[in-house]
Design a protein around this ligand. Structure first.
Ligand code: OOB
Length: 538
């Protein structure tokens, strides 16, 4: 396995192979197989462009040849920061074909995140679209390259402005691609994070393809499925649960939406007769509200998946009447474990639980603070281990000793209750993270940036409840001398190149923090005090 990754123990790996979970197929071989099976069937739709399985396969090989011409080869890491466009899939499969490893960044990431990723992964190339959603990625790429000398190539889709043009890379397919090891790392996903810097999640061909194949089966994906990529497909949920890869795996059709807004998505649902899509709760609520008055025909939609953050039972109860489709709750994590409610289960499971794990070999433990299993049905921290849950983050030996138990369980930091049926109900969170409508913000990362401001003595970032997003971020600051104003702090964070979803929604100035018995900042007390303060101020 790639250096700085934690493999599964040999006996465990042998068991997963014997059980048929790990089948020894690679992403590159999968695409070849799909192209042979589905030939002219449409694989991906992006605006007026419609690529068949044969097209996608041929394009991946041509692009792989061009990338190889730049010197990109086996085990090289390449940062891919692309919106939902057809080239996303072309790029991913071209890299798989070269046995290079895509590092999937989100379109919202900015220089702080990308520089860190480029250094951490020792990436040799960075692939972006020239512009998306009103943001020009070329100055960002320039800034990243200036800070990371090892990044040899910046490849731009669209007007390249002096960088390497993606279009000129599509060479004649000269074949002769390397054979990849299916047990090795295929791609990196990013962790929502709880620490100062985002962690990289190595996913192997074997483990990721198992989660994709099983997800497609559970979600009933077939050649008739039309999946709308509404959330950024770089994220694990729309990528693999079952997402774009699960849809292709089953020979279905992927439709790329440039934005997840009703304005962008509803016309696509109507035009392409979309059957399945996945959203985070705030978007699901927005879709439900907008569907009431939309002129668009949404009747093709069979299932709306909602995940990434807790969907309230009340909102879950409105999906069928508002959108005329079934709700599937999805509780997952880029580290591995994914839970689904399933067709045919009693309605109460769909409306009040976050589903049950994909695999019979997903091991679940619900434990108290001391690490002892809680009584059945009682809340506790969810620990998990299984055939598609990583055993360690990349290059993070020290953090891994905290994030995983000695026997290899991942400590999710989520508080859950387990029902006798095996369904999990997410009841809260232990980790120091804000879940801003599905977008994860590691408190420590923002605190470290805030502490770099000369007028900040101490800082704590916590969640405050929000009707729409579920949670918003609040930065609580103890000033050094004259208190900085909120706008100035936000500007300061933006200038440091932080993704905008990480910029605190609120800033509160205090003279000191509540502390715990051992003198640490008590975030619990801080959240409580803030909630009281926020409800008493307009
Ligand atoms: C998904 O993945 P990540 O890596 O962005 O975030 C994982 C975390 C979980 O540990 C949990 O804290 C939260 O997001 N979460 C949920 C949830 N789904 C995820 N919390 C409550 N209810 C849910 N339904 O978010 C992700 C990955 C694959 C599939 C779906 C979501």
């Amino acid at each position: 396995m790639l250096d700085y990754c934690t493999p599964w123990p040999d006996e465990t790996a042998a068991r997963y192979r014997a059980a048929g979970y790990w089948r020894g197929e690679t992403f590159s071989a999968l695409l070849s197989r799909l192209a042979a099976e589905h030939t002219d069937r449409v694989a991906v739709v992006d605006g007026r462009r419609r690529w068949s399985y044969t097209d996608l396969d041929a394009r991946a090989s041509c692009l792989a040849t061009g990338l190889r011409g730049l010197g990109i080869g086996p085990r090289d890491r390449v940062i891919v920061q692309l919106p939902n466009i057809a080239e996303f899939l072309e790029t991913a499969f071209a890299l798989f074909r070269l046995d290079a490893i895509p590092v999937f960044a989100l379109p919202a990431h900015r220089s702080s995140e990308i520089v860190h990723l480029a250094r951490q992964s020792e990436a040799v190339a960075y692939i972006v679209a020239a512009e998306h959603g009103g943001f020009d990625y070329r100055p960002l790429a320039g800034a990243v390259r200036a800070q990371v000398p090892g990044l040899r190539h910046v490849i731009v889709i669209g007007d390249a402005c002096g960088f390497t043009s993606f279009d000129t890379l599509r060479d004649h397919d000269t074949g002769g691609f390397p054979v990849c090891d299916p047990a090795d790392v295929a791609l990196f996903q990013l962790s929502g994070g709880t620490t100062g810097t985002p962690k990289m999640i190595p996913r192997t061909h074997d483990d990721y393809l198992y989660s994709i194949r099983a997800s497609a089966e559970i979600c009933g994906v077939t050649t008739s499925t039309v999946y709308l990529g509404a959330l950024p497909v770089a994220h694990n949920f729309p990528m693999s649960s079952p997402g774009v890869f699960g849809t292709l795996h089953a020979g279905g059709r992927v439709v790329m939406a440039p934005q997840p807004s009703p304005a962008a998505a509803f016309p696509l649902i109507e035009a392409e007769r979309v059957t399945l899509t996945g959203l985070v709760p705030p978007l699901a609520m927005l879709w439900m509200d907008t569907a009431r008055t939309t002129p668009h025909d949404l009747s093709s939609l069979q299932v709306l998946q909602v995940g990434g953050a807790r969907f309230s039972d009340a909102a879950a109860g409105r999906v069928r009447s508002a959108l005329g489709c079934d709700l599937q709750q999805v509780f997952g994590m880029a580290e591995g474990l994914v839970c689904y409610t399933r067709a045919g289960e009693a309605e109460r499971y769909h409306l009040t639980t976050q589903g049950r794990p994909i695999s019979p070999d997903d091991e679940i433990r619900v434990v108290d603070r001391a690490g002892n299993e809680t009584p059945p049905g009682e809340p506790g921290e969810l620990l998990t281990r299984g055939p598609y849950t990583i055993r360690g983050y990349y290059r993070a030996a020290e953090h891994n000793t905290v994030a995983f138990t000695p026997d290899g369980f991942y400590r999710t930091g989520d508080i859950v209750r387990r029902l006798p049926s095996g369904h999990l109900v997410v009841a809260g969170r232990e980790k120091d993270q804000i879940n801003r409508g599905g977008e994860k913000v590691a408190a420590e990362e923002i605190e470290n940036h805030l502490l770099a401001h000369p007028a900040v003595q101490d800082a704590a970032v916590v969640a405050v409840p929000d009707r729409f997003l579920g949670e918003r971020t609040c930065a609580v600051v103890v000033p050094r001398g004259v208190a900085p104003v909120a706008g100035e702090l936000r500007e300061f964070l933006r200038d440091r190149g932080l993704a905008s979803f990480k910029i605190p929604d609120r800033v509160e100035i205090v003279t000191r923090f509540p502390v715990t018995g051992v003198g640490k900042i008590s975030k619990r007390e801080l959240r409580r005090a803030l909630a009281a303060h926020l409800t008493s101020t307009p």
